[in-house]
Write a protein that binds this ligand. Structure first.
Ligand SMILES: Nc1ncnc2c1ncn2[C@@H]1O[C@H](COP(=O)(O)OP(=O)(O)OP(=O)(O)O)[C@@H](O)[C@H]1O
Ligand SMILES: [Mg+2]
Length: 401
């Protein structure tokens, strides 16, 4: 056999079974011939043996055709010891390797097995039984370890899939509890209106003009309508979990919608003699909006402007249409926000240091921000202590398809 030995000596070919194809990488021609002779003398199995003298030639050969096993000498001209095993394992991870050692070097042989070869043979001890047993054993062992690897990979995939499902369930859970906080928070505003109107109608009924009574009943109706809408949303959440924060667009007369929001707040504003000036600018073209998200956003911002303004001040609510987006600007001349609190304003439950006895839970802005994001928009707060606060929300103009 020569270095380039492309020829495969087919030994004991059996027409029923496919021969076991072996690549022998061995630079010592005498050793190579010995192995060939041993295999030739074996009667029960069939083998195809190809021989090369260098590791690189062997690698090339393995790339060109499929072998069932490699017999690898550990002292080759172009590679020595364990490096040869590592290179083969790296390049052909499913190929069984049996290493051939010259001396009775147990340590090297065991290390070779650790690095991925299936078995080792000490050359001087090779005989027919040892060689054939080792070849068969290496092939079976490789099959078993491939199967084990495959089972492991399947298990890992299953674990990853289950972990992803668990994370998703946890996310939905977290999301639902956020929504519960949001709805219970936003129920409070119309409830306060209902309670205040009812109290006024009950205690001062004889002193109220007909006009004022009509106004109070109108407020009562609006607040109740608000609560019914909120309830509908709660029910919707129960049905659709995480999808609820998505934007559900409907055609809307934005100007009228904002005016109604202002009216809803008028009652608490009136109590402090605060005038809310609603100033829509230019022509507001008909566009599509998610009414629920808008109500959470603007309702919370307007409520803040009124709540954090001293008596007798004004609140300005502007609607400024742009080419691609609508700007909602809500400005007050109230207590303002200290610079140190600016970066945490959208964190749930964060309240600025100057709120004093003004009631609140610190959820309104967090809710507003989530809703702005669901509407693919931006929110920005400019504020100075004792000067006032301006909140600017920019929402893209979307159209119902
Ligand atoms: N217009 C404003 N003027 C002054 N401070 C404001 C204004 N808006 C928000 N803040 C500050 O930001 C904090 C967070 O506002 P957020 O609306 O989230 O909560 P809250 O008003 O305290 O309570 P609630 O959950 O009832 O709305 C407020 O506690 C307040 O300190
Ligand atoms: Mg608030």
């Amino acid at each position: 056999m020569s270095e380039s030995s492309v020829e495969i000596s087919s030994l004991q070919l059996n027409t029923q079974q496919k021969p076991i194809k072996i690549l022998l990488i061995e630079d010592d021609i005498v050793e190579a011939r010995l192995i060939q002779e041993i295999l030739k003398s074996f009667n029960l199995n069939e083998f195809c043996l190809a021989h090369v003298k260098r590791l690189q030639t062997g690698i090339q050969r393995l790339r060109q055709e499929k072998f069932d096993l490699v017999l690898l000498d550990l002292t080759l001209p172009d590679s020595q010891g364990l490096a040869s095993v590592e290179l083969l394992v790296q390049n052909f991870s499913h190929l069984p390797i049996v290493v051939l050692t010259n001396t009775n070097d147990n340590r090297l042989a065991i290390e070779a097995v650790k690095r991925g070869s299936q078995d080792y043979l000490v050359k001087r001890n090779i005989n027919i039984d040892v060689l054939v047993r080792s070849i068969q054993y290496a092939i079976e062992r490789q099959k078993a370890s491939d199967l084990l690897r495959e089972t492991n990979e399947n298990l890992m995939n299953q674990i990853q899939q289950k972990t992803a499902e668990l994370m998703k369930a946890k996310e939905i859970n977290h999301f639902q509890s956020e929504l519960v906080s949001m709805f219970s928070h936003d129920f409070r505003s119309p409830l306060t209106t209902v309670l205040s109107c009812a109290e006024l109608l009950q205690n001062k009924d004889d002193r109220l003009s007909e006009e004022k009574k009509v106004y109070l009943f109108q407020m009562l109706r609006n607040a109740s309508k608000n609560m019914v809408q909120l309830l509908d949303e709660v029910l919707l959440v129960g049905r659709t979990d995480a999808d609820t924060f998505q934007c559900n667009l409907t055609d809307l007369n934005l100007e009228l919608f904002c005016l109604e929001l202002v009216e809803d707040l008028q009652f608490s504003a009136d109590k402090k003699q605060i005038k809310i000036m609603f100033e829509p600018q230019g022509i507001i073209e008909p566009t599509a909006w998610d009414q629920s998200l808008l109500r959470h956003i603007l309702g919370n911002l307007l409520a803040n402007a009124v709540k954090y303004s001293p008596e007798g001040k004004q609140v300005k609510f502007e609607l400024i249409p742009q080419e691609q987006e609508m700007i909602f600007r809500i400005q007050d001349w109230g207590i303002g926000i200290p610079a140190a609190d600016h970066q945490n304003l959208f964190q749930p439950f964060h309240r600025a240091s100057n709120v004093g006895r003004i009631p609140g839970t610190g959820l309104g802005l967090a809710i507003a921000k989530s809703c702005v994001e669901a509407h693919q928009g931006r929110i920005k707060i400019d504020s100075q202590v004792n000067q006032g606060t301006t909140v600017t929300v920019a929402l893209p103009l979307l159209y119902n398809s």
